[in-house]
Write a protein that binds this ligand. Structure first.
Ligand SMILES: Cc1cc2nc3c(=O)[nH]c(=O)nc-3n(C[C@H](O)[C@H](O)[C@H](O)COP(=O)(O)OP(=O)(O)OC[C@H]3O[C@@H](n4cnc5c(N)ncnc54)[C@H](O)[C@@H]3O)c2cc1C
Length: 511
């Protein structure tokens, strides 16, 4: 519902800003105690476009009215290209737009979080019960379906998996038992052939009926107003004008781009960045907006088919093979990934052949070391965000990408795919390292995992502490993809949900 009158002063014990993946889960978990009044504020509307629930339609959702559709700065590392970054602007947030792949990550990914925070709650072992409470699968007890589509995958995907195994990769049962290096179909947030958003999983009709939970939509928070060490007032804009909100506790879950932007608009951020954006600096926090990370995928290592390729019944990229660089039989923490795209998935630099006549093997780096930044172009709500992911700025990332392309082509040219492969369409013969790098720079697209812009940590520059409390205020927590200190190996949605559930456990411990 919208229902907020401009003159209305909303009050709650906990205000959650942003009804996306983290915010939807939190609204349900924190309102389980009837004594806690919870207000969830979302800039977008309730989702209604039927295509949202059709898994194969997910790429077509980008650019629609409920996509924030950000643009990055031109990227020197990707041939000067500007990248579109999709983000959901509705209840359920980016879980309404995402590709539904569910991967917890590798245990060492979480050890890196423990090293960053000094807090064992973020270890793989500590998070296992948290994942169990999130996941609906035979031995999990949570609301989010984790569907393993063994029978439904494309015959091309089956050939991809068998070829990977013939080259030495382990055939894993799924990506979620901690091994991750190997090949398997992707687990998906799908039930009965339909996407399940975080809002549907957690904000059920019973939860929405709670008297102590209020969900307001089409209200965009402009900034926080501070009084000493507390944010005591939230200034927002609704369809009918400005709205004032007060809360004891504020949870910022506006995502990896809007959470740091909202803090900056409130005067909390790096002094030089705020000054350049004409915002008065109230609290100098140099870490806000820094440490921006994203995964890229090379699209594509493209092949023409020998016979018609039926369309994917799932979400096109049906299997990811995670591996060490340069060695199909090595185990450990993954370094690169090759994905089986059951469609001609290409960047804007390549011409996509007709559907059914070609397929792409996507290739990527699991732990890029390039670090970008986010800043404001001005103090107003509609001033453009300056998003610079600094893609492919390190030799580590470029070298790993060359290795990932090589792995994709090794699989692509193997005998196991002879039934499907007519010929390689791209990249074709490449000579020098410079030629390879140029192809990669032109072929990469976002894997949609921006994160890290309010990272948790024990060091002085970290933005939130291991409890996710903003270090400079007593009553504000950031709970979303922005607190991730370093990327997990695969897609990050499982990690975002684990962050939200862990925070909910801490906050409700005394209930
Ligand atoms: C196209 C796409 C494909 C993806 N594919 C996968 C995948 O297959 N697997 C995977 O694991 N991950 C995937 N991801 C990533 C994953 O969906 C995100 O990492 C995750 O949803 C982020 O959750 P969040 O809570 O941090 O932010 P979001 O879910 O983006 O939520 C933020 C919410 O805050 C709201 N908001 C923002 N600013 C304000 C404001 N000022 N006032 C009020 N509300 C505000 C937004 O409208 C939004 O609803 C994909 C993402 C996209 C976009």
């Amino acid at each position: 519902m919208t229902g907020a009158h401009p003159a209305e002063q909303m009050i709650a014990d906990v205000v959650i800003i942003g009804g996306g993946s983290a915010g939807s889960l939190l609204a349900a978990r924190l309102s389980a105690n009837p004594a806690r009044r919870v207000l969830l504020i979302e800039a977008g509307e309730e989702p209604s476009d039927p295509d949202i629930w059709t898994p194969s339609a997910w790429p077509a959702l980008q650019g629609r009215a409920y996509d924030w559709d950000y643009l990055t700065e031109p990227q020197a590392g990707t041939y000067g290209r500007v990248h579109h970054w999709a983000r959901g602007r509705l209840i359920g947030g980016s879980s309404c737009l995402h590709a539904m792949g569910y991967m917890r990550g590798h245990p060492e990914d979480y050890q890196a979080w423990v090293d960053a925070t000094g807090d064992a709650r973020w270890s793989w072992e500590s998070l296992l019960p948290v994942f169990d409470a999130i996941e609906d699968r035979p031995d999990g007890s949570g609301p989010m379906p984790i569907y393993m589509p063994d029978e439904e995958v494309s015959p091309l995907t089956r050939a991809f998996i068998e070829t990977g195994v013939s080259l030495g990769l382990s055939r894993l049962p799924n990506h979620n038992d901690g091994r991750m290096v190997g090949v398997t179909p992707n687990s998906l947030n799908i039930r009965d052939g339909r996407r399940v958003t975080v809002a549907e999983a957690w904000l059920t009709p019973e939860v929405r009926a709670r008297e102590n939970l209020r969900i307001v939509t089409e209200i965009r928070v402009h900034r926080l107003v501070m009084d000493g060490n507390r944010a005591h007032r939230i200034e927002a804009i609704g369809p009918h004008g400005p709205i004032g909100i007060s809360a004891d506790e504020i949870v910022l879950s506006a995502g990896a781009l809007e959470s740091p932007a909202l803090l900056m608009r409130s005067g909390i951020g790096p002094e030089d960045v705020l000054k350049a954006a004409s915002v008065d600096c109230r609290i100098d926090m140099p870490g806000i907006g820094r440490n921006l990370q994203d995964h890229l995928l090379g699209a594509g290592n493209l092949y023409a088919t020998r016979k018609h390729l039926p369309a994917s019944r799932l979400q096109h990229s049906e299997s990811m093979a995670y591996m060490r660089a340069g060695e199909f039989t090595a185990t450990g923490r993954p370094e690169i990934v090759v994905g089986c795209g059951v469609a001609p998935i290409v960047s804007e630099w390549l011409l996509a052949p007709e559907a059914g006549t070609a397929y792409s093997f996507l290739f990527g780096v699991t732990h890029p070391t390039s670090r970008g930044s986010l800043s404001l172009s001005g103090p107003n709500l509609d001033d453009r965000l300056i998003i610079d992911p600094a893609y492919l700025q390190t030799e580590h990332d470029r070298a790993m990408f060359r290795s990932a392309l090589e792995a994709a082509r090794t699989i692509g040219h193997a005998d196991g795919l002879a039934e499907w492969r007519d010929r390689e369409l791209a990249p074709g013969p490449l000579g020098s390292r410079a030629e390879i790098d140029e192809f990669i720079a032109k072929a990469v697209i976002t894997h949609h995992h921006p994160s890290g812009t309010c990272r948790m940590g024990k060091d002085d520059d970290a933005v939130v502490d291991p409890n996710l409390r903003l270090k400079s205020l007593d009553n504000l927590h950031v709970v979303d993809a922005s607190v991730i200190p370093s990327l997990t190996a695969g897609p990050i949605h499982a990690a975002v949900l684990a962050i939200a559930e862990t925070f909910a456990r801490t906050m409700t411990a005394g209930d």
